[in-house]
Design a protein around this ligand. Structure first.
Ligand code: GLC
Length: 739
């Protein structure tokens, strides 16, 4: 019998009480262990924020319930299973996006799935598909940046990695969760969980496509966002969750609310009088699992018994949840249902393994962006190599700030006293490990924290700078300045960090800056006075080692920015794929260009692009020069679906590495729709590839763009391809085609 039938057959045996309990997701951080066991025995469907033996104890209790339905355990494993201090902490999602490396990011998801599974859990609340366009928002580090195409590609490979290419029931297959549906990062002013004023055409053009990719990749769960879209809370919006997500986009998994969304309808968004109205709206809107609002249980029993809520809606939610539990093998693979009794004492050794550490090295190498270099880097290339280096600043030796958000220091509750049980290397330690090899002395001074208003240790730092031949500044932000409910009105460096910069500029020793920060900050002056600048994001456990090796020249940087750096906070929101039409194109007090734009990234090698040509596997329909004929054609809507099928543009070009060191080149292909019936961005990313080139190697590259990728959402909200001229942009090459 197929799994869906088995799910329905099981649900038909359940009482109303058991069915409503199955919709509950209990947070282990909000109940005592004893209360958790009681919820498990009553048949609560899921728990979050619990790991290892605590989870095994809860599962053991759940299996004593009448129908012995296993619990599904969820956790925020978004850059490794990082809430466990024995686990591998990979670079942040934003940093991983900078690699533009689908295979490596997929491998990170696979490794994460193995560590989560070994910890007796089944589900990660990842990938996050929010578009990071307003840097004032506190959760930018969790995004894959500002571009919907890149976000969709990263989400696709992470889902495939977590869900084991569809073989979910295998020991290490875990459920992925595409979140937050939808447009959470677009809230006005970057204010966390505030309203996102996104009109439907923009929703369909920018925000839905990454989720469609996630659904097409088979994602089994989707999380409804905290906030409202155009004044309707996501968890109280049936048009969004049922009509668009479940019907139009074909999502067949289950929708889990974000943290206490149902309770928030009452006390934060004031769209429900009480838990009865909130539960009624949540069920009617198409939410299936209710995170951290256990009072939903009694209210819903009353709502069904009163006839206000059809039991069929409860049945649908439970069918979707049980179907996923069958898919996960919770009823067929005993290794997926770990209890204290059957705990596999021969742990597979995945958590924090050497293999995962090696993988961490590989992704970290490709996740740091060389933003500026006047030739001072790599440091140890000739006799001018520095002999005395001053390492100055708050993020040179701060483990918490380098690991970033959603780790054992921050969740389920902040615990700064926690200590890593796996290898962690700060920049200070990374440089110290190279001292002998490159024969230099290192003088370190923290001076202040990232948010201090004054620089207490400045005198000592100045003395070091005066007696050294290089200053490495390690600046950025700290955990008190980002994360949920931690938005910033200004991205400027703190006064303490500004004082450090001012003093170092005054001394005059050459400056190389390493920025360890959750997101781009206002580094206009810092960049101006730095001879070189590396952006390390929250670079994970091994970032300090890798960054030191990049500075030394042992690693050739290859990452590109997945997000833009503004020149000033006042420019926000700022992004590369902006719309034309701004009268004047700039503020009177600032020009509008980015300091560093999406796609920017330097290396120690030089690659020449050339010989761009193309071929079509179809006859272009748009070649009339006669304006009347052209207008006639553009008014005539093509039979789009069948017209588009299989049609593609193949772009061919050469890459030549003219340097004497090997490199990896990230190729970015943008397209500009020259004339369209609705306004479209000045350019949009449509393809990317990472290509290896040995020293002096030249190779031909072919990249295909599907015609379907050039569709837009027209004035009637239809996804259509419109004939016309399109310009393809690859590095410094352009090609205009009439299609
Ligand atoms: C949090 C976040 C969400 C996370 C969930 C569970 O509040 O908004 O991204 O997955 O709650 O921790």
């Amino acid at each position: 019998m197929d799994l869906k039938c088995r799910a329905v057959e099981l649900r038909e045996k359940m009482s109303l009480e058991e069915k409503v309990a199955q919709m509950l997701q209990i947070s282990y951080s909000r109940v005592s262990h004893k209360e958790a066991l009681i919820f498990a025995k009553m048949g609560a469907g899921s728990f979050l924020h619990v790991m290892g033996d605590d989870a095994r104890a809860i599962q053991e209790e759940a299996l004593k319930s009448r129908l012995k339905i296993p619990v599904i355990f969820g956790i925020d494993a978004i850059h490794g299973h990082a809430l466990n201090s024995s686990s591998t902490v990979f670079p942040s999602p934003l940093a991983m996006a900078a690699s533009f490396d689908r295979n490596l990011v997929k491998s990170v998801a696979r490794a994460t799935a193995r560590e989560v599974s070994e910890d007796a859990l089944h589900w990660t609340f990842s990938p996050l598909l929010c578009i990071g366009r307003d840097l004032r928002w506190g959760r930018i580090s969790e995004t894959f940046g500002e571009d919907p195409f890149l976000i969709g590609e990263m989400a696709k490979v992470m889902i495939e990695g977590y869900q084991n290419d569809g073989d979910l029931k295998e020991d290490n297959g875990i459920l992925a969760c595409a979140k937050h549906f939808i447009a959470y990062g677009e809230s006005t002013g970057g204010r966390d969980s505030y309203d996102s004023p996104v009109p439907e055409r923009q929703l369909r053009s920018l925000f839905l496509p990454p989720f469609q990719k996630a659904i097409d990749a088979g994602v089994g769960s989707i999380m409804a966002g905290y906030q409202s879209v155009d004044l309707l809370p996501c968890s109280a919006n049936p048009y969004l969750l049922k009509d668009i997500l479940q019907k139009e986009m074909g999502f067949e998994g289950f929708v889990v609310t974000d943290w206490e969304n149902v309770r928030s309808l009452i006390g934060k968004q004031f769209v429900a009088k009480d838990i009865y109205e909130a539960s009624y709206k949540a069920i009617k809107s198409g939410n299936h699992m209710i995170m951290n609002t256990p009072e939903f249980y009694n209210a819903t029993l009353d709502l069904v018994k009163s006839g206000l809520v059809e039991e069929s809606l409860i049945d649908e939610a439970v069918d979707r949840i049980l179907k996923i539990k069958f898919d996960l093998g919770l009823f067929d693979n005993s290794n997926k249902v770990q209890t204290l009794k059957n705990k596999n004492n021969k742990t597979k050794g995945y958590i924090g393994s050497k293999a995962h550490e090696k993988l961490n090295e590989e992704i970290t190498k490709r996740a740091m962006v060389l933003l500026k270099n006047d030739g001072i880097l790599p440091l140890f290339k000739d006799e001018k190599a520095p002999k005395r280096i001053a390492l100055i600043g708050p993020n040179a030796d701060d483990v918490m700030n380098m690991l970033g958000d959603w780790t054992y220091f921050t969740h389920p509750e902040p615990k700064p006293s926690n200590t890593p049980k796996t290898k962690v290397v700060t920049l200070k330690e990374g440089l110290e490990s190279l001292r002998e090899k490159y024969d230099f002395d290192l003088y370190y001074e923290k001076v202040c924290s990232t948010s201090d208003l004054e620089a207490a240790g400045l005198k000592k730092a100045i003395r070091y700078a005066q007696t050294c031949d290089l200053v490495i500044l390690a600046l950025g932000d700290g955990l008190e300045e980002y994360g949920e409910e931690k938005d910033r009105a200004s991205l400027e460096l703190s006064l303490g960090q500004k004082a450090i910069l001012e003093a170092m500029v005054e001394v005059g020793t050459p400056i190389v800056t390493v920025l360890v920060s959750s997101k781009p900050l206002d580094v206009y002056d810092l960049a101006k006075f730095s001879s070189a600048m590396i952006y390390g994001f929250n670079w994970g456990s091994l970032g300090g080692e890798i960054c030191a090796k990049i500075l030394a020249g042992e690693i050739n940087p290859s990452a590109k920015l997945p997000i833009s750096f503004p020149r000033h906070t006042g420019q926000l929101p700022i992004y590369y794929n902006y719309l034309p039409g701004w009268h004047g194109g700039k503020y009177v007090d600032f020009h509008q260009s980015q300091l560093f734009e999406f796609g920017h990234g330097l290396s120690y090698s030089k690659v020449i692009y050339g010989n761009l040509s193309y071929s079509l596997n179809f006859k272009a329909q748009f070649d009339e020069d006669d304006p009347i004929e052209r207008l006639k054609r553009s008014i005539k809507t093509l039979p789009n679906e069948e017209y588009l099928k299989g049609k593609a543009i193949k772009l061919s070009f050469t890459l030549e590495n003219i340097s004497d060191i090997d490199c990896e080149e990230v190729i970015l292909v943008y397209v500009k729709d020259e004339i369209s019936s609705v306004i479209t961005p000045v350019k949009e990313l449509k393809a990317f590839e990472r290509v290896s080139l040995r020293a002096k190697e030249k190779k031909e590259v072919n990249i295909e763009i599907l015609l379907e990728q050039l569709c837009i959402i027209d004035g009637n909200y239809n996804k259509v391809f419109e004939n016309g001229d399109f310009t393809f942009i690859i590095n410094d090459m352009q090609l205009k085609l009439s299609l």
